[in-house]
Design a protein around this ligand. Structure first.
Ligand SMILES: Cc1cc2nc3c(=O)[nH]c(=O)nc-3n(C[C@H](O)[C@H](O)[C@H](O)COP(=O)(O)OP(=O)(O)OC[C@H]3O[C@@H](n4cnc5c(N)ncnc54)[C@H](O)[C@@H]3O)c2cc1C
Length: 370
């Protein structure tokens, strides 16, 4: 990365901040630590190279005095002004070394390969304030699948949201849905339909020319290129037709597999392929709507702000249109493959003038569960 920074200290400070602030953040792309993710993307996705972090020795030109105040103070407060990265890591977080070792990587002896990965996938189903799906009653999507973590969720709120959601959902279920309500016949019919559909598709796979591994790699690479932290209408122009073609191919030809476990992977590949297509369509709608760069993704736009002086003008980012913070994108799929999108106003933050005595009584007698 050295060539992108004026001096080694500027580079080392950003590497420190990358570890410290770590999720990709569109606000930290220009002049911030998220430039590291962009550089890693350029090397791995665009140039097809591999990127490593080497804990064994300091980068050339490393000196504590040159680090930004934030990095230096952190190391000072951690009593970690120690000779090499691995010694500093062992002092501050020995568990990290053990964790990699458990996975066969000894970072005291070898460099650690890195890549940008998704930290979260905030979306999927729409639910009400009791975490009950708004269009499938009795289904409680709790967690990321609820899509309620927000574009800039503060650290820790994801795990809190899952825990709070689970408690609220179970309270609601206990208060309102105490009696079994499943129409077992309808459920059995639906299960039979799904099993028949899967069996018909698996039978097609016998003649498939490409394996599920090849198919999966194809859409994984497409998602890394066009559906991850760096997005553009330009990339989608190629990615979307390719995604549609792959989905049609997998539907009509299946994908080759071996054995029972292979059949499960083939079915998973079929579902993942469909999901990736819907995600790319949804991203395309957001970009065409002009949302701009926000949260965990930047949107490239030649008319935007240059992300780094040493990167070409193609690395210019669109500003965020903040008016979209008041809207939520809803994407739905009907009849198998009719994908539609719309913006709906986000729910207002509740403001209440509840009086303690009456609110407490409402909670105690179960009036709140409606
Ligand atoms: C590297 C990393 C660091 C993070 N750090 C933080 C942090 O510091 N603080 C914070 O608040 N959040 C953090 N997050 C986010 C947080 O961990 C997630 O938002 C949270 O764990 C999501 O929980 P979930 O239950 O929604 O989903 P998951 O934990 O993904 O659970 C979904 C489960 O469903 C299972 N599943 C999937 N498909 C099927 C199927 N077809 N049938 C049956 N089961 C299925 C999966 O195996 C999985 O167990 C981090 C995330 C990552 C990746």
């Amino acid at each position: 990365m050295r060539e992108y920074f004026d001096n080694a200290s500027a580079m080392n400070s950003q590497v420190f901040l990358k570890g410290y602030q770590w999720p990709f953040d569109s606000r930290k792309a220009v002049g911030g630590s998220s430039i590291v993710d962009i550089l890693v993307y350029i090397e791995t996705v665009l140039k097809g190279r591999r990127v490593f972090l080497d804990f064994r020795e300091n980068p050339e030109g490393f000196k504590f005095e040159g680090l930004s105040a934030e990095a230096r103070t952190y190391l000072e407060n951690s009593k970690a002004l120690l000779p090499t990265p691995i010694v500093r890591l062992r002092h501050m977080n020995p568990g990290a070394i053990g964790l990699y070792k458990d996975h066969g990587i000894d970072i005291t002896r070898q460099p650690l390969e890195v890549a940008v990965c998704a930290q979260h996938n905030n979306g999927g189903l729409a639910a009400n304030l009791w975490w009950e799906s708004v269009n499938i009653r009795h289904l409680f999507p709790v967690g990321e699948v609820n899509g309620s973590h927000g574009v800039y969720r503060p650290g820790g709120s994801a795990l809190n949201s899952g825990q709070v959601g689970a408690i609220r959902a179970t309270e609601f279920i206990a208060a309102r849905y105490g009696k079994p309500s499943l129409d077992t016949r309808a459920a059995a019919r639906a299960a039979t339909r799904a099993a028949t559909n899967a069996a018909v598709w698996l039978a097609r796979c016998a003649k498939a020319s490409r394996s599920w591994q090849e198919e999966r790699l194809e859409f994984q690479e497409r998602m890394s290129r066009a559906g991850a932290h760096i997005r553009s209408l330009d990339r989608l122009k190629t990615a979307l037709p390719e995604a549609r073609a792959q989905w049609r191919r997998i539907e009509t030809e299946g994908c080759a597999f071996k054995g029972g476990a292979g059949a499960a992977e083939a079915l998973r590949t079929r579902q993942l392929c469909f999901a990736h297509l819907v995600y790319l369509e949804a991203i395309g709608f957001a970009l065409e709507s002009g949302v701009g760069s926000r949260g965990s993704a930047i949107v490239l736009d030649p008319a935007g702000r240059r992300v780094h002086e040493k990167l070409g003008s193609e690395w210019s980012v669109a500003a965020e249109d903040e008016s979209f913070r008041d809207r939520v994108q809803e994407t739905s799929v009907e009849d198998g493959l009719t994908i539609t999108h719309r913006w709906v106003p986000r729910r207002a933050l509740p403001r209440t003038d509840a009086w303690f005595e009456t609110a407490w009584a409402g909670f105690r007698n179960g009036e709140i569960y409606k």
